[in-house]
Design a binder for this molecule. Structure first.
Ligand SMILES: [Zn+2]
Length: 502
């Protein structure tokens, strides 16, 4: 029996990162020499490691001495890691297997191909040494590879021993009965109407306590719903953090919807801001509990709800600090006048009133002013939604255009492939060049679509939800909502003008 020419093709899940496996195979057949061809195909596998069924089957056939030549469409079909690639090629060499990549014109059956292989091996060695250098930076390298860095174990998990990269460490393990509570908390909070207070109440009513026996508090629940240890991190989560400016240690294709994640603050200060900027996200070795859909919903809800843990002294208006006197520029304050015979009255007064030669702004009925401004906020949000709907439509149109172009490219590649059997040298050269540039364009289009999807989603859905439930939310929450919409309000006896933030 003659030896096999093995053709290896691979394409990742959901990501149009190359031409189709069928086209890859067509391409490779031109390089095959004998009649005995076997195609190994991994569809839906990334190149992050070599743990792919068809690939492993091929390696077994190589070790069994059945294969004389391995042909791929592009080098990265074998692996995206130089280290993996080098060790694979090492196996090829030990079993006298030639290796051909059609795109890079890489053929270890030729002297130049052998020389290129040497260079690849040297770079792989260099990379190994660089990695060792990095290990010296104990903290960052440990945390960035998902090592357990100490600290309190979050509710829902316990610690268990594990080994990462040959080193003993600890990782989280799900505690099933606590995980059920976590799921309940997230699914409740994902409802727009549910507040942190509602969840605390529900936990108390059902006598559910923290691991140490103490009752849950609102700040604790808040910490819990924003902690990515609970999420099953997928590409959507990657995009969410990416859009926030978080440094992400793992590659997008590692976000496969299973692992939880650790979020390290860059400067080790306790979370003071709600922004995720400057933080580092690392995939953890444990399995998450909450789907990224629900987790992100809850996380988004908290972005506008940051002041919850900080007690602010009682305020007479949710416009506190925003109201400015049109005459003198001082801040207006709301004063409550208690009245025995009828309901209390609230008035806006200029803070400059009390100084000598002070402002003669007078006073305005705060209930009326607040009502007018609330109405304006509602209108402004409606306007904003109309605008962002238009933006969304433009965006959809753009994506459709890009995708249509990608389909056009596939068709052109296929028709070029059809011409190959009849092509002579010059035509063949043209076809090769054309397909290479189409392939390149396709990858650029794909990158552009990914970038479009990563654009920050600036819809103000949460704010709208708050306005609709205005009477139910706390004064602090109202102040936070207003702060996300309004820069300042300039008030005179005749006129109110609002400076918007949106
Ligand atoms: Zn004034």
């Amino acid at each position: 029996m003659s030896l096999i020419d093995a053709i290896y093709t691979r394409q990742s899940v959901d990501r149009v990162d190359s031409i189709s496996v069928e086209s890859q195979a067509e391409f490779c057949k031109r390089e095959a020499m004998g009649e005995n061809i076997k195609i190994y195909t991994d569809k839906g596998y990334s190149g992050k490691n070599t743990d792919r069924p068809a690939f492993q089957e091929m390696m077994a056939d190589i070790r069994a001495g059945k294969i004389q030549r391995v042909i791929v469409y592009r080098l990265d079909r074998i692996s995206r890691s130089v280290l993996d690639f080098a060790s694979v090629v090492d196996v090829f060499q030990r079993h006298n297997v030639d290796f051909v990549s059609t795109m890079e014109k890489f053929d270890t059956g030729t002297p130049i191909g052998k020389a290129m292989l040497m260079i690849v091996m040297i770079f792989a060695q260099l990379e190994r040494e660089t990695i060792q250098q990095r290990v010296l930076d104990a903290y960052s390298s440990r945390s960035k590879r998902g090592f357990y860095m100490g600290g309190k174990v979050p509710y829902g998990f316990r610690l268990t021993e594990t080994t990462i990269d040959g080193k003993k460490t600890k990782m989280y393990e799900v505690v099933p009965e606590e995980a059920a509570i976590i799921e309940q908390i997230f699914s409740m909070y994902a409802q727009p109407q549910t507040s942190l207070g509602d969840i605390v109440r529900w936990l108390n009513e059902n006598q559910i306590k923290k691991s140490n026996g103490a009752p849950f508090s609102r700040p604790r629940i808040r910490d819990l719903v924003i902690n990515p240890v609970y999420v099953r991190a997928d590409y959507q989560l990657y995009e969410f953090y990416k859009a926030q400016g978080t440094v992400i240690e793992n590659r997008p294709e590692d976000f496969i919807g299973i692992n939880g994640a650790y979020l390290y603050s860059g400067n080790e200060k306790k979370r003071k801001t709600v922004s995720l900027q400057g933080h580092i996200l690392v995939l953890a070795p444990h399995e998450g509990i909450i789907s990224s859909d629900i987790w992100i919903k809850c996380r988004r809800k908290c972005l506008h709800n940051s002041k919850i843990a900080k007690p602010v002294k009682a305020r007479a208006t949710w416009l506190a600090g925003k109201m400015k006197c049109a005459r003198c520029g001082y801040t207006l304050s709301a004063k409550v006048y208690h009245c025995k015979t009828k309901a209390d009255n609230r008035y806006y007064l200029c803070n400059n009133k009390y100084h000598s030669g002070g402002c003669n702004f007078g006073s305005l009925d705060a209930d009326i002013i607040d009502g007018l401004i609330f109405e304006e906020m509602r209108k402004k949000l409606e306007e904003f939604h109309t605008l962002s709907k238009q933006r969304q439509e433009n965006y959809d149109l753009r994506v459709i255009k890009l995708k249509t172009r990608m389909e056009g490219i596939d068709q052109e590649i296929n028709s070029l492939l059809d011409k190959i059997p009849l092509a002579n040298g010059a035509v063949m050269e043209y076809i090769n060049g054309r397909i290479a540039s189409l392939d390149q364009e396709k990858r650029e289009l794909h990158d552009e679509i990914v970038k479009l999807a990563e654009a920050p989603n600036d819809s103000l859905d949460e704010v709208t939800g708050y306005l609709e439930n205005w009477e139910q939310i706390s004064m602090n929450d109202k102040i936070t909502v207003v702060d996300s919409l309004i820069e300042s309000v300039i008030v005179s006896q005749e006129k109110i003008s609002i400076n918007w933030k949106i």
